[in-house]
Design a binder for this molecule. Structure first.
Ligand code: PSV
Ligand code: MN
Length: 432
């Protein structure tokens, strides 16, 4: 029996009763924007072109360090994960690529995997290596580190794993490798801070040497967890120092959850843009630490301010080498993962659309006049605009759903998958 997929005509049928209301709300917003000298259709076109990759590990039920609560119909292998990711793309038309995590998603036959992805209408984004967990049959343990381990043999094994990720990626059309390591110390004195970083640079140098010409490597930093005292690649400055030493194919990756509370992430984004080393994002949201909550659920203003930097950079001719990759990295255990990723995609588009609305010439004038109040009001005017009709129209124009979560629910997708995918006790993915 072929696996259930949401039918195109079903999406169109669900859109039909919502069209008239959308037209009227879109026209109303269009008038408002016209009074601000902006064309709604131009903004909608830009939103239509917005793309973000979804994480393969995000479609399974994630968990905290305390528990996982497997959901019904959860994907049991990489093919089922692809099917869920393709469903997110079908409804949003904004997530055409999937970011894989190896070995969680290691394919027996990469050709079969590419074929499956192509028939589902999706491709592949950055490959993610995993040297933060021991895998069955692995010779050396990563308990005390991987790319920075004191033992050369452990480092060599971790380097080899990353090269395997590149090899798999090459055969499925990926163009980037994201490296996040958990290496560090839990206690003062446990590791020698400087030599650990030196070993990282050397290990990553070997991985860099194996990168194809048209590939990038993203160095992802995180303040802490699971190393609770000293993490080797702990902040953007350290990541920047590493990628600068490596060369032009190396960039920093900003995961929104990987900072201390209240850190000004939009400023980090601006710095990396200026230094031409912003490789991309792992979008998510958080209240306390690396909470991996849906984008825009806790700090939507911060998300808007990040997009404000990105939109500014995209139109600044003095910024070269600007083509950051957008990826989502989220995994929690409260909601249906497909719905959560749809919702995050929409919130990212919202932040982007709001940022497109900023009256940049006015903002510049207020900045030059030191008018802090009006400068903030200029940003707030864009941020407080309800851009929902733009997001809905962009999806409709792209062939997606006006209300993707409602269509997902009405389709009975989860129920169908629950029948097709009997629960298994062992999960092939995990989360840190
Ligand atoms: C680490 O917390 C991280 O953000 C890295 O991107 C990992 O690849 C991902 O989460 C999944 O564990
Ligand atoms: Mn991440």
């Amino acid at each position: 029996m072929p696996e259930f997929r949401i039918d195109k005509t079903f999406i169109a049928e669900q859109n039909n009763p919502l069209r008239a209301q959308l037209q009227s709300e879109y026209a109303h917003l269009g008038e408002q924007l016209q009074r601000r000298g902006r064309s709604i259709d131009v903004i909608t076109k830009q939103v239509e072109a917005f793309e973000v990759a979804v994480p393969s590990w995000g479609v399974g039920t994630g968990g905290t360090r305390f528990a996982r609560f497997p959901g019904p119909g959860e994907p049991r292998n990489v093919f089922e994960k692809l099917a869920d990711c393709a469903t997110i793309h079908q409804l949003t038309r904004a997530t055409p690529r999937v970011s894989l995590h190896i070995p969680w998603d290691a394919p027996d036959d990469p050709k079969e995997l590419s074929g499956a992805a192509a028939s589902l209408g999706v491709g592949f984004d950055a490959m993610n290596s995993n040297t933060f967990q021991d895998q069955p049959g692995q010779q050396h343990s990563y308990k005390f580190g991987s790319l920075t381990h004191v033992d050369t043999a452990v480092r060599a094994q971790a380097v080899e794993h990353n090269i395997t990720c590149i090899e798999i990626g090459k055969s499925i059309g990926s163009k980037a490798l994201t490296v996040w390591i958990a290496d560090g110390g839990n206690f003062p004195g446990q590791t020698d801070t400087r030599s650990a970083l030196q070993r990282y640079v050397e290990s990553l140098g070997s991985i860099y040497a194996a990168l194809p010409e048209d590939w990038k490597v993203f160095v992802e930093y995180k303040l802490y967890e699971p190393a609770f005292y000293s993490t080797v690649i702990n902040d953007w400055g350290t990541a920047y120092a590493v990628v600068s030493q490596l060369g032009p194919k190396a960039f920093c990756l900003v995961d929104l959850g990987h900072h201390a509370p209240n850190v000004n992430i939009e400023m980090i984004v601006a710095r990396l843009i200026q230094l031409e080393k912003l490789g991309g994002f792992h979008f998510n949201d958080s209240k306390y630490g690396d909470d991996d909550l849906d984008s825009g659920s806790i700090k939507p203003f911060q998300l808007f301010l990040i997009f404000h930097e990105l939109v500014g950079a995209a139109s600044d001719p003095s910024i070269g080498n600007f083509n950051p990759s957008y990826m989502i990295d989220q995994s929690h255990n409260m909601t249906d993962p497909v719905e959560a990723l749809i919702s995050s995609t929409e919130e990212l588009q919202r932040g982007y659309a709001q940022a497109l609305l900023v009256d940049r010439p006015a903002l510049r004038r207020y900045q030059e006049a030191n008018d802090a109040l009006m400068a903030l009001k200029t940003l707030k005017r864009a941020f407080t605009t309800d851009v929902t009709p733009i997001l809905q129209m962009a999806r409709l124009n792209n062939g997606g759903a006006i209300d993707p979560v409602a269509v997902f629910r009405a389709s009975g997708y989860r129920k169908m998958k629950t029948g097709e995918r009997p629960a298994q006790t062992v999960s092939h993915s995990g989360i840190v």
